[in-house]
Design a protein around this ligand. Structure first.
Ligand SMILES: C[S@@+](CC[C@H](N)C(=O)[O-])C[C@H]1O[C@@H](n2cnc3c(N)ncnc32)[C@H](O)[C@@H]1O
Length: 289
């Protein structure tokens, strides 16, 4: 997920190029940087921290004994946080090093029942041999890597067991269109991409020297997300918009501890300062089968 950098926009087939290979190379290279980063603070995670945001824990509800699939699980900290809340978890990611790191972390924290699978999101039903889950979870920096939301939603719906649900928590596309000083919109909300970026480092390793720096990303207006989910046959239970985010990516943001989740969990969040008009910066939705 790129929070800075110039968009090199254009039509599909233009800058998208070998988007999957480019994105995978980028993620593969960033895995060891992330496992060592202060941002992911793996040592703190091993010491018992739970990385889920309070509102996620509340909105998903009790996961005890539930089979939960985390799509695009990265190094597994969020996946294993659900396991710490009692879910039987499967994490899936197309980055081999991410899956290896997640497996290693699961072993180290003693979550032996957690399982991690290397596969592209769009291939998940085949990779999981038709298995279905009580909860399909995905979030924060996931959808921007996917070109086709209709296909993504169909895939996610296929993975939800009858009576189960999809839960998504993501950065709000409105907030992603603001310029860095937060005072004006500098990007087109309705431009869907692909956008090619060339940027070293990452949100968790800002100054790291990296070789694989090309990413190809998409922006999905909220209406596209909701329409894709409902067209896939899932029933929308709620769509929530939140006035905080997880990154300090706009000038003047105020850091706060969010302890609002009634099921526990604390996280650092960032808000616009008092007196500035609020905008939605994160959204979450739940849709059931
Ligand atoms: C920003 S990270 C997600 C962070 C995540 N919310 C967490 O728990 O830390 C995005 C992840 O998506 C994965 N990814 C990107 N495109 C993918 C695809 N087509 N299929 C599967 N995984 C993908 C990347 O490898 C990366 O681990």
């Amino acid at each position: 997920m790129t929070t800075t950098g110039e968009r090199a926009g254009g039509g599909l087939g233009g800058p998208a190029g070998n988007w999957r290979e480019d994105n995978r190379a980028l993620w593969d290279e960033r895995v060891p940087l992330h496992t060592e980063s202060a941002f992911y603070d793996v040592a703190g995670f091993k010491a018992g921290r739970n990385d889920l945001r309070g509102f996620e824990a509340d909105e998903v509800g009790d996961v005890t004994g539930k089979r939960l699939l985390h799509l695009q699980c990265h190094i597994g900290t969020d996946t294993l946080s659900w396991a710490r809340r009692g879910a039987e978890v499967t994490g899936l990611d197309f980055s081999g090093p991410a899956v290896e790191a997640a497996r290693a972390l699961a072993g180290e924290v003693g979550e032996e029942r957690a399982r991690f699978v290397e596969a592209d999101v769009y291939d998940a039903p085949a990779a999981l041999r038709g298995e279905t889950f009580d909860i399909v979870y995905t979030g924060f920096g996931a959808l921007c890597w996917l070109p086709d939301l209709t296909q993504w939603a169909r895939t996610a719906a296929q993975l939800v067991a009858p009576g189960g649900f999809l839960y998504l928590a993501e950065f709000h596309p409105v907030a992603m269109c603001l310029g860095e000083d937060g005072s004006a919109f500098t990007e087109d909300y309705f431009a869907r991409g692909p956008f090619a970026y060339e940027e070293p480092g990452s949100y968790a390793a800002l100054t790291a020297a990296t070789r694989h720096n090309r990413s190809v990303e998409w922006q999905h207006p909220l209406s596209d997300v909701v329409s894709a989910v409902t067209a896939a046959g899932l029933r929308l239970e709620f769509l929530h918009e939140h006035d905080f985010t997880l990154f300090e990516y706009l000038d003047g943001m105020v850091r706060a501890r969010d302890t609002s989740g009634s099921r526990g969990g604390e996280s650092t969040v960032y808000r616009l300062p008092e007196g500035r008009p609020r905008i939605p910066m994160v959204y979450s939705l739940r849709a059931s089968k």
